[in-house]
Design a protein around this ligand. Structure first.
Ligand SMILES: *[C@@H]1O[C@H](CO)[C@@H](O)[C@H](O)[C@H]1NC(C)=O
Ligand SMILES: *[C@@H]1O[C@H](CO)[C@@H](O)[C@H](O)[C@H]1NC(C)=O
Ligand SMILES: *[C@@H]1O[C@H](CO)[C@@H](O)[C@H](O)[C@H]1NC(C)=O
Ligand SMILES: *[C@@H]1O[C@H](CO)[C@@H](O)[C@H](O)[C@H]1NC(C)=O
Ligand SMILES: *[C@@H]1O[C@H](CO)[C@@H](O)[C@H](O)[C@H]1NC(C)=O
Ligand SMILES: *[C@@H]1O[C@H](CO)[C@@H](O)[C@H](O)[C@H]1NC(C)=O
Ligand SMILES: *[C@@H]1O[C@H](CO)[C@@H](O)[C@H](O)[C@H]1NC(C)=O
Ligand SMILES: *[C@@H]1O[C@H](CO)[C@@H](O)[C@H](O)[C@H]1NC(C)=O
Ligand SMILES: *[C@@H]1O[C@H](CO)[C@@H](O)[C@H](O)[C@H]1NC(C)=O
Ligand SMILES: *[C@@H]1O[C@H](CO)[C@@H](O)[C@H](O)[C@H]1NC(C)=O
Ligand SMILES: *[C@@H]1O[C@H](CO)[C@@H](O)[C@H](O)[C@H]1NC(C)=O
Ligand SMILES: *[C@@H]1O[C@H](CO)[C@@H](O)[C@H](O)[C@H]1NC(C)=O
Length: 802
């Protein structure tokens, strides 16, 4: 071996060693068996809400202790899903809290918007903002003061998570932007937004305690998260939420480092109120309180729904227990005053004391099927107010913008007046078991009917549904196309008999509709679409060489049929809301050029996601050990595309990917320091904490620009994306190969160009230093990569901030 060759071998070995060292992040479970105590609970000063704070202060000063406690403890006898009782003595009409993140969930004559996941897939800040604006308007018009959304937890650590679709994306930057847009817009409409669920609520399995066979209380799963991962991943979008001025936070069911989230002083007092400077109130998830005084001291401000369970007759950890605790000197009245001011400040800030619409009289009936009595002090308006206005237009537009075209062979799409269209699968037509999944049919995963929305508290009551089949029949009639359909998956999956009713046969194009149910309370057990989806697709594809698969899904799916040559198109439509069929047909026929991009990665097979599995097993299900449920987030920062990039794994469709009917190019990358004097320090300049944390974390330091050109023949929207490669931190959890730090959706006519710019804030180029407890800009070079997906990088550059 020549010495030159030897040296090269050594160099390669060294590189490999480095890679291996970086992959080993030692995990010491014993560090996660308790959460550091952070006391006392920081008092709000109403930063950013000064006038409202003064009003809240005066209001609270005038209340008796018992009245203050009324503001903090849910009242079981109320019409809304959460209720703070009126205090008539001082003219306070109470608070009505209603689900959820995509609709005022139980209400009649309200809109069902696209899910958070669909909104994220649009990558369109303006449309996400308008979704929030109209959602907020509907809550307000129904007399709901507080909307229980949007969702940044779960973030989406596991694709199996039952409620990933309620939130936006496993990427914290994308979710952070979506949270900020949604919260600003909802509150501009006058309703209080709630950032939930704080924090680590990454699985539904054992999210709450259970009782073992021997009657032992088995505690909820503990999400064990290291400090850097907490800051750079799970806390990140919640920081955007605080910065956007969100009124309230909802703490989650799970434990965090073995301590329940709703009484975790490190999370509530430390991270949220001290570090992020949150000025509003923290409410519990429903039934998530497991202690009285301890939860109040740990930073919880409002106990929902009040009683321990959901029943009017059940006792509460709060209520008169809090009053007693103050009277016997266990809990300071100062803390109670702070809690009450936190509850009342956003209320005054949004002028909810001033002519807020009364509660829709039908609310109690639809929430509790008429069985629950209400205090007669709640103020009701008329029943069944129609609050939908013209929101259907936005719903159709946003769902189309969030529809992701994944495969399109030989321009199978858009459809060009096909003579015959075959429609296959149980997701194409009308639901047969009702339009609302909590209305007696608690599980919406019934066989027949298109899936426009998932289940649980994040669902919505559809006032109507435009099914794909309805919309296709409607649109196809214009061309005189024959639309023939088979909605029975059992029949469709048998090619020997399934297609005998079709003539002429096969159709020119075969559209296969698949669905994947997902709901709060249960994680998914497979990443395949439901109802024998693989057999359905393979059967249709064996018969029809122009098969286009459309999925309605509450999360990612694996697609074992994706490379079947007869599958010429794949369209991921997620949960589009009430205009489902219309928004899909707009895409299929090219009335809208697809511009949705995946907000997560589709890998090849289920095993590819094993790095962040749901914690679960038969052994755990049968345990007698109260602390058995431990979910160690050992993968650290490496979830979704960060995992696949770091380990250099091939995937089917990567994060940020989605096709268009036109093509775009990108040129002229420029990176400029825009921070005035070029004098950038590694540490953020000290500054008084404001909502969002140290305000200098949001100073724009660099601006990256690029020119995007439509090189195809039709107009369309592109989503240029900026990824940064930040330095590895020796001895620390691995830094991802690249992270999203900018995106913009731009509409461009053929032959035209536009310049996009991405502003990089201090936080965007920093890492969380666990020793210094600060965001720090590491020395070294930062790589900048601009492209049209996380793996379609067109331009690269670099810069050294320090
Ligand atoms: C969880 O434990 C880790 C390791 O001890 C610690 O760094 C982190 O701050 C803890 N977080 C919470 C919320 O307790
Ligand atoms: C205190 O309550 C009384 C009614 O009992 C009301 O007249 C007065 O305006 C209130 N003061 C404040 C500061 O809210
Ligand atoms: C289970 O334990 C609870 C208290 O922890 C007790 O009230 C209940 O009676 C017990 N049930 C059985 C079946 O032992
Ligand atoms: C106080 O809390 C305890 C639970 O610790 C509960 O049993 C009791 O009923 C509560 N008291 C009231 C008045 O709600
Ligand atoms: C004070 O009241 C609280 C709430 O009822 C109770 O948990 C606590 O044990 C009491 N402490 C004393 C010293 O009486
Ligand atoms: C669906 O097709 C299968 C197979 O032909 C048949 O047994 C079943 O009855 C059909 N279901 C309905 C609801 O028609
Ligand atoms: C594709 O379709 C043709 C019919 O056009 C069929 O003969 C062939 O077997 C199909 N291929 C697959 C892989 O299903
Ligand atoms: C696809 O199927 C159609 C109808 O059966 C047939 O006319 C056409 O030749 C097939 N195309 C290919 C590429 O196999
Ligand atoms: C959890 O494990 C149990 C027992 O093995 C199993 O029945 C259940 O389906 C699992 N749940 C999930 C979401 O995987
Ligand atoms: C986009 O570019 C590719 C490769 O240059 C080409 O095959 C394709 O036809 C183009 N598509 C459109 C819609 O212009
Ligand atoms: C891109 O940069 C080149 C040279 O750097 C310049 O000539 C050209 O005008 C730029 N294009 C656009 C669209 O800004
Ligand atoms: C650079 O920043 C430091 C700390 O913020 C400040 O003290 C110093 O005056 C700055 N220098 C220039 C040249 O602006």
């Amino acid at each position: 071996m020549s010495s030159l060759r030897k040296n090269r071998v050594y160099a390669v070995l060294l590189l490999m060693l480095n890679a291996v060292t970086a992959q080993i992040f030692s995990w010491d479970h014993s560090l996660f068996t308790s959460s550091p105590p952070v006391y006392p609970s920081p008092a709000t000063a109403g930063i950013g809400w000064e006038i409202a704070f003064a009003q809240a202060d005066a209001f609270v000063a005038n209340l008796t202790l018992a009245e203050k406690v009324t503001l903090l403890t849910g009242e079981a006898q109320g019409p809304c899903i959460g209720n703070i009782a009126p205090i008539p003595r001082v003219g306070f009409e109470g608070l009505c809290l209603q689900d959820g993140p995509l609709s005022i969930r139980q209400a009649t004559y309200a809109s069902v918007f696209p899910s958070g996941l669909t909104a994220a897939a649009s990558w369109d800040k303006g449309l996400i903002y308008n979704r929030g604006l109209y959602l907020g308007a509907e809550f307000k018009a129904k007399g709901a003061h507080v909307a229980l959304g949007p969702v940044a937890g779960p973030l989406g650590r596991s694709g199996y998570g039952g409620r990933g679709w309620e939130g936006f994306s496993p990427d914290p930057y994308l979710t952070g932007v979506a949270m900020e847009q949604t919260i600003s817009a909802m509150q501009r409409s006058g309703v209080q937004a709630t950032a939930k669920h704080f924090i680590g609520n990454e699985q539904e399995t054992q999210r709450n305690p259970s009782t073992s066979q021997n009657n032992v209380t088995i505690e909820a799963v503990s999400a064990n998260i290291d400090d850097r991962t907490m800051h750079e991943l799970y806390l990140w979008p919640f920081a955007n939420s605080v910065r956007a001025g969100v009124a309230s936070f909802m703490c989650s069911y799970n434990r965090l480092n073995s301590s329940y989230s709703c009484q975790n002083s490190k999370a509530l007092n430390g991270l949220l109120k001290e570090e992020l400077g949150f000025q509003g109130y923290v409410m519990s998830d429903w039934g998530g309180v497991h202690a009285g005084v301890a939860s109040a001291e740990a930073g919880l401000d409002m106990n929902m729904p009040g009683p321990i369970g959901f029943l009017v007759t059940e006792p509460s950890f709060w209520g008169s227990n809090l009053t007693m605790a103050v009277n016997n000197g266990t809990l300071s009245e100062e803390r109670i005053d702070d809690m009450a001011r936190r509850v009342m400040t956003p209320y005054f800030h949004l002028s909810q004391n001033n002519g807020y619409p009364p509660i829709d009289l039908e609310s109690g009936n639809v929430n509790f099927l008429g069985v629950r009595p209400y205090l007669d002090t709640f103020k009701f308006g008329t029943a069944n107010v129609d609050v939908r206005q013209t929101h259907a237009q936005l719903i159709r537009e946003l769902a189309a913008a969030g529809t992701v075209l994944l495969k399109n062979v030989d321009n199978a799409l858009p459809l060009k007046a096909p003579k015959t269209i075959g429609v296959f699968g149980n997701d194409a037509g009308d639901p047969t078991n009702g339009l609302y999944t909590l209305g007696g049919n608690s599980d919406g995963n019934y066989e027949y009917g298109t899936l426009a929305v998932g289940g649980g508290s994040g669902t919505g009551r559809l006032s109507y549904i435009v099914t794909p089949l309805d919309a296709l029949k409607n649109r196809a009639a214009r061309d005189g196309s024959l639309v023939q359909y088979l909605l029975n998956n059992t029949l469709v999956s048998d090619p020997s008999t399934g297609f005998q009713s079709i003539a002429p046969s096969p159709p020119e194009v075969c559209l296969v509709f698949l669905k994947t149910w997902a709901s709060e309370g249960a994680d998914r057990t497979t990443l395949l679409a439901d109802w024998d989806s693989t057999a359905v697709v393979e059967s249709v594809a064996s018969y029809c060489n122009n098969t286009i698969v459309i999925t309605h899904t509450g999360g990612l799916n694996i697609m074992p049929w994706a490379n079947n040559p007869n599958v010429t198109g794949i369209v991921a439509a997620h949960f589009p809301g009430q205009e489902s069929g219309n928004s899909l047909v707009d895409i299929l026929y090219g009335d809208v050029n697809p511009s949705g991009k995946l907000p997560y990665t589709i890998a090849h097979e289920e095993a590819d996601y094993a790095f962040a599995d749901i914690t679960n097993s038969t052994e755990l299900q049968e345990t007698e050990d109260p602390n058995a449920w431990q979910s160690d987030f050992k993968e650290g920062l490496l979830i979704d595309y960060r995992h696949f990039d770091y380990y250099d794994r091939s995937v089917l469709y990567e994060f940020g990917f989605g096709l268009s009917y036109t093509n775009f190019s990108m040129s002229n990358l420029s990176i400029r320091n825009v921070y005035g004097n070029n004098n950038i320090t590694a540490l953020p300049p000290p500054a008084a904490i404001a909502p969002g944390g140290n305000p200098t974390l949001y100073d724009v330091l660099f601006r990256v620009t690029a020119v995007i050109t439509n090189t195809g023949s039709v107009g369309g929207a592109a989503v240029p994306q900026l990824y940064l490669s930040l330095p590895q931190i020796p001895g620390d959890t691995p830094t991802p190969i690249k992270v999203l730090r900018g995106f913009e959706k731009v509409s461009i006519q053929p032959g035209q160009s536009t310049t996009v710019s991405f502003d990089l804030m201090r936080r965007d180029i920093s890492y969380w230093d666990t020793t210094q407890q600060e965001w720090i800009i590491a020395s070294g070079t930062i790589g900048a990569q601009a492209g049209f997906s996380s793996r379609d990088i067109r331009l690269v550059g670099s810069f050294s901030p320090l």
